[in-house]
Ligand binder design. Structure first.
Ligand SMILES: N[C@@H](CCC(=O)N[C@@H](CS)C(=O)NCC(=O)O)C(=O)O
Length: 215
């Protein structure tokens, strides 16, 4: 079974690609875009009318929403050991953190990167962006405090949530008023521990080399 992933550099689809690499499942990338001036592929829009990625296809099925795709893939490939099983004591924290990342931390990024979705008029957009930068600080602080002295987000065990954390840290841009990762030492420690993984080195090669994907 070969997965197909609608993909663009710099996007949340990179996190999905890392999961696919970690799982060792065969996959193909379908070139998409997050450029708001470019059209989306009709096939992508038919699956996700919102126009955003990641979008994952397998067989005659498809889905979108990065956190849901993460849970889906990790449950489907338990041998990869990327997620606590359904009856594992850490399953709750795993789901809580993934959903918090996707609904709260990502939302804060969106206020800055897509202010037109949150502001009534173009004149109001800078206000949405400023609130987004503050919201980033608030939400990352919650995560930093949650991690505390844990080695990984879930404690002793590496999981897909650590990959998701890494992906989100690559979107931090102090030049846009975002906090720096140094403000969140526990987050930074985990991002640095994730960085050497082969999957990250492959998928984030350009980012590691200093390409900020135009942000
Ligand atoms: N809630 C979605 C959001 C995904 C998202 O914001 N993707 C961005 C790239 S990181 C995107 O495709 N942006 C272009 C657009 O929204 O049209 C998820 O977590 O999968």
């Amino acid at each position: 079974m070969t997965y197909q992933l609608f993909y663009a550099p710099g996007s949340a689809a990179m996190g999905t690609r890392v999961i696919l690499e970690e799982i060792g499942a065969p996959y193909e990338l379908i070139e998409s875009t997050i450029d708001m001036d470019k059209p989306r592929l009709p096939e992508q829009l038919a699956i996700n009318p919102n126009g955003w990625i990641p979008v994952l296809k397998w067989g005659d099925k498809a889905m979108y929403e990065g956190a849901a795709i993460t849970v889906f893939l990790c449950d489907r490939h338990p041998d990869a050991g990327l997620a606590p099983a359904i009856d594992d004591p850490e399953r709750g924290l795993y789901l809580q953190t993934l959903v918090y990342f996707s609904s709260s931390v990502q939302n804060a990024f969106q206020l800055d990167y897509y202010p037109d979705r949150f502001a009534d008029t173009p004149d109001d957009e800078p206000s949405a962006q400023r609130r987004g930068a503050r919201r980033l600080r608030e939400t990352w602080k919650v995560i930093d405090d949650q991690i505390g002295s844990n080695f990984w987000v879930l404690g002793e065990r590496f999981s897909a949530v650590d990959i998701y954390l890494f992906m989100l840290t690559t979107w931090l841009r102090p030049s846009r008023g975002h906090p720096t990762i140094d403000e969140f030492p526990n987050v930074k420690r985990i991002a640095e521990a994730v960085l050497p993984r082969d999957s990250i080195q492959l998928v984030y090669r350009d980012w590691i080399a200093g390409d900020n994907y135009g942000y």
